[in-house]
Design a protein around this ligand. Structure first.
Ligand SMILES: Cc1ncc(C[n+]2csc(CCOP(=O)(O)OP(=O)(O)O)c2C)c(N)n1
Length: 248
């Protein structure tokens, strides 16, 4: 995932000071520490509101948001819905391993109901798993794709497209957690490339996403043309004035 992101940024020739990477909490949310762009490692589930504020104040920046399925769909679930609806020009990368990795393997919203690997839910959760991309589509996201960390070249290509596409882009990255879900090593054999992208047809995208088993990757599953929300005023203060306010 990290190498795909750095390759995508290099391809786009974005200078590091023009990019900000905002994350929540979790193993996946550690990613700003490993990149050479501006980073904000925030509070669990609150990456999207921080990124939204940043993009509205500094529309000149490319703002990326990263985190896990627990961060984004559990504690941050409400923010996810409203980020899709607001359609601010952000790229949201969700590293989905269907588990809470950092806190040692509890079930997350995307965990299958019959997964018995957690001591907290030894009989499985018995609860339907969250369908992030169908929900993103219904809530108004402007670009939707699913990739696999084991296909890094394809992932980099899709990230380039997501960053270039105006509005709120969602890229779900199937990212195995080999510590708590060793069986996810099999994803390498189970994922399959979607035969073709779905373009702007929202009905075709809905149908495909509803019918999908969550393992088709590699294509843009929806590309909308809704204009992104922009702040009407922008930031009224100069960077130097803001820096003065935070000076010790
Ligand atoms: C307010 C709050 N509640 C709970 C936690 C504990 N916590 C830390 S990481 C995490 C889940 C992370 O899971 P996920 O987002 O799927 O990331 P992963 O570690 O799997 O990459 C939780 C519940 C926290 N840090 N803050």
């Amino acid at each position: 995932m990290l190498s795909s992101l750095t390759n995508a940024l290099a391809y786009l020739q974005l200078p590091p000071e023009q990019v900000a990477l905002v994350s929540g909490i979790g193993c996946s949310s550690r990613i700003p520490a490993y990149t050479n762009v501006y980073g904000f490692h925030g509070v669990h589930g609150r990456a999207l509101p921080v990124a939204t504020g940043l993009k509205l104040a500094r529309p000149d920046l490319t703002v990326l948001v990263a985190g896990g399925d627990g961060d984004g769909f559990s504690i941050g679930g409400n923010h996810f819905l409203h980020a899709c609806r607001r359609n601010v020009d952000l790229t949201y990368i969700i590293m989905d391993n269907q588990v809470y990795g950092m806190t040692k393997g509890q079930a997350s919203p995307t965990t299958a109901p019959d997964w018995k690997g957690s001591e907290l839910t030894p009989e499985g959760t018995g609860v339907n798993s969250f369908q992030p991309l169908v929900i993103a589509l219904a809530a108004g996201a402007n670009f939707i794709a699913r990739c696999f960390s084991g296909e890094p070249a394809n992932l980099a290509e899709i990230l380039v497209q997501a960053i270039q596409h105006p509005g709120f882009s969602v890229v779900q990255v199937l990212s195995p957690c080999v510590t708590f879900r060793p069986e996810q090593r099999q994803w390498k054999n189970l994922v399959r490339m979607a035969p073709e992208g779905l373009g702007t047809d929202i009905q075709a995208a809905t149908q495909r996403l509803m019918d999908d088993d969550g393992l088709t990757i590699g294509q843009v599953l929806y590309k909308g043309n809704r204009p992104p929300y922009r702040s009407r005023k922008g930031c009224e203060k100069k960077m130097s004035e803001l820096e003065m306010e935070f000076a010790l």
